[in-house]
Design a protein around this ligand. Structure first.
Ligand code: C2E
Ligand code: MG
Ligand code: MG
Length: 600
């Protein structure tokens, strides 16, 4: 990361290192201290040969004075009120008589050890906790360049707690407020119906993931930091600039009319004209924005109003992406909810699904066409949400890929499938499970680790696990994908190319990726029994696939006639409603038992 970026981080951190003042929600934040030099007060310095009695007088005349500093031949020592009182009282009450004429320096019991003002609060707290019990709560002497300071221990711990809070509420990469802080400060700012309007700008960088994959995460991080600084420069000091996660940002513009909000959005779009320079690369990025105004929103509950504003702005952004990116979107609030509004809601509900066990797996059998047996199943993800009801994976997987939730979701799917493989093996009817894997999981490079972790956790052999990767242009780094897939195959995990025939890169992927299986897309199979051309096309795919030693599967088989053609063409397995719909594991077991009973 370049030096300029570090300097920028320091600036952003400083400018954002704030804790909201509870008496004035969000408007005038108080800076959180970071080092010892930010704490305490300037010490009163006296010569070491000052008589003790004089110092006692000073403490008496100012009840708030907790400690003074003694200069003994150029070395500074802290003398606290407690230390002085202890010596002046003495064990038998003769302390004053014995010590009144003594020089203050002679009262000192511990060696002088001032701390550096640059010491950060974590290190200071650790140093305090390492002190002997009797000194643990004594004030600290801090040797600041402008003169010594006295720092009460309580200030160190209060400062530390402010710091923890501030870290919990800010994004460490950009120093911007995070979603939690937005949810804390936002509701009072969105006002009520009829009050002065607030706007939300939802901002998403276009194709940032491609830039990240191409130039690496360090460059991606640097771009996000610089973009954050540009965002701040485009907005006004009272506006709340937030990083929601990944390449998504939201700006809460307080007290604005729509024209002003639009001109700020325009400034943000223009701020991207200048390329992002990092590590010798010049990256040119664009962004898509969505705008929502608080006077479009009904309801009085402030938190719900903020939530709706964010959702409207998100939907407007998604619509603008659809219309061609690098623009500002605005949804007519009076039109019925669009599919973008639903997508925006999906984005907001997805994180709840993992936290609240909203996901489950259904299993669809793969039938061996020659024998009619079903020894393998495909795991298909199901999501039932309290607000949205049932959401199909076709709707939410690509949203999860965009938000980055796919990684946690993918790990959950792999783990749940392995747990089920274990249960079936334990019940004496082992079934191999195929798990769908997003190309984004491959791109992240951790797929192998996730698979092996789950297999080991549930004690499942690799022969019971297969993965299906969707044939899609999103596999951008074919060489890296090939290396990972080869390692999986060598470990005994099957790898099938899913939905074959639906994307333009079919042949290239078949040539470049190590595979053990190929699944022909339903669109190929649909007319295989009615249209001879379809049958010829499928034969044209099956022949080379079989020559390459791949296990072939036909998807979406719904009619007996389709199955007959597939048998004739030598396809290995079939999957579809004709054989079974995807079912929960228990229902699949019941159906299998019923079939076996009927057959015997
Ligand atoms: P896919 O992997 O190609 O899965 C087959 C889809 O076709 C499933 O849809 C299945 O329910 C449906 N299907 C199976 N047989 C028939 C049939 O005879 N007729 C018709 N009309 N449809 C049939 P589903 O479950 O809605 O999943 C859609 C896609 O979502 C999957 O396509 C897969 O690409 C993706 N997906 C599902 N689960 C996961 C997952 O856990 N992770 C990832 N990354 N993607 C998943
Ligand atoms: Mg599949
Ligand atoms: Mg498929």
């Amino acid at each position: 990361m370049g030096r300029g970026v570090h300097v920028l981080f320091a600036y952003l951190w400083y400018s954002e290192s704030v804790t909201p003042d509870p008496s004035d929600p969000g408007r005038r934040p108080r800076p959180a201290p970071r080092t010892l030099g930010d704490l305490g007060y300037a010490a009163l310095v006296l010569a070491g040969d000052t008589p003790s009695i004089e110092i006692e007088g000073l403490f008496r005349s100012d009840r708030t004075l907790r400690a003074i500093v003694l200069d003994v031949a150029g070395t500074l020592y802290l003398l606290t009120r407690d230390q002085l009182d202890h010596r002046m009282t003495g064990r038998l009450g003769y302390g004053r008589a014995l010590n009144a004429r003594v020089k203050a320096a002679d009262l000192l019991t511990s060696a002088g050890c001032g701390l550096a003002p640059s010491l950060d609060l974590r290190a200071a707290a650790a140093a305090l906790l390492g002190r002997p019990e009797e000194h643990r709560y004594a004030d600290l002497l801090v040797l600041a360049p402008a003169g010594p300071r006295v720092v009460p221990v309580s200030e160190v711990f209060e400062g530390l707690s402010d710091l923890f809070r501030q870290e919990a509420l800010h994004d460490p990469l950009t120093g911007l407020a995070n979603r939690r802080l937005l949810e804390e400060l936002g509701p009072p700012l969105v006002g009520t119906t009829g009050s002065s309007p607030t706007a939300v700008l939802y901002i998403d960088l276009d194709d940032f993931k491609v830039a990240n994959d191409t130039f690496g995460h360090r460059t991606g991080d640097a771009v996000l930091a610089v973009f954050s600084a540009r965002l701040r420069a485009c907005t006004r000091p009272a506006d709340l600039v937030t990083r929601l996660g990944g390449d998504e940002f939201a700006v809460l513009l307080v007290d604005v009319d729509e024209a002003t909000a639009r001109s700020i959005a325009q400034r943000i779009l223009e701020s991207l004209a200048e390329p992002f320079s990092h590590d010798g690369h010049d990256l040119r990025l664009t962004a898509t924005l969505g705008l929502a105004m608080s006077n479009d929103i009904d309801g009085e509950d402030p938190a719900a109003r903020l939530e709706s504003l964010l959702r409207h702005a998100d939907a407007a952004m998604l619509q603008a992406k659809h219309e061609g990116k690098r623009r500002l979107g605005r949804i007519d609030p009076f039109l019925p909810a669009t599919r973008f509004a639903r997508q925006a809601l999906i984005r907001r509900r997805l994180p709840h699904a993992l936290a609240n066990a909203g996901f489950s797996l259904h299993y669809q059998p793969l039938m061996d066409i020659a024998t009619g047996s079903c020894r393998a199943v495909e795991a298909l993800l199901r999501w039932e949400d309290a607000v949205l009801g049932k959401v199909s994976p076709d709707e939410f997987i690509h949203v999860a890929e965009h938000t980055g939730d796919i990684h946690a979701i993918g790990r959950w799917v792999i783990d749940a499938a392995c747990a089920q493989a274990r249960r079936w093996a334990d019940a004496g009817s082992p079934r191999a499970i195929s798990v769908n894997v997003s190309p984004f999981q491959l791109a992240a490079g951790s797929l192998g680790h996730d698979l092996h972790t789950a297999l080991a956790r549930h004690g499942v052999p690799t022969s019971l696990l297969n993965i299906e990767i969707t044939e899609t242009a999103a596999v951008t780094d074919l060489p890296s994908a090939a290396v990972q897939l080869r390692a999986l195959i060598d470990a005994g995990i099957g790898v099938a190319l899913d939905d074959y025939g639906t994307a333009y890169s079919s042949l290239a992927m078949l040539r470049d990726l190590p595979l053990t299986g190929l699944k022909l897309d339903k669109s190929f199979i649909d007319t295989i029994d009615t249209d001879p051309t379809s049958a010829i096309l499928v034969a044209g795919v099956l022949t080379p696939a079989k020559a390459m030693g791949l296990m072939t599967t036909a998807e979406g088989v719904e009619r007996v006639a389709q199955l007959a053609v597939l048998r004739e063409l030598g396809c290995d397995t079939a999957q579809g409603y004709l054989i079974s719909r995807p079912l929960p594991a228990q229902e699949l077991d019941n159906a299998t038992t019923a079939q076996q009973t009927a057959a015997s």
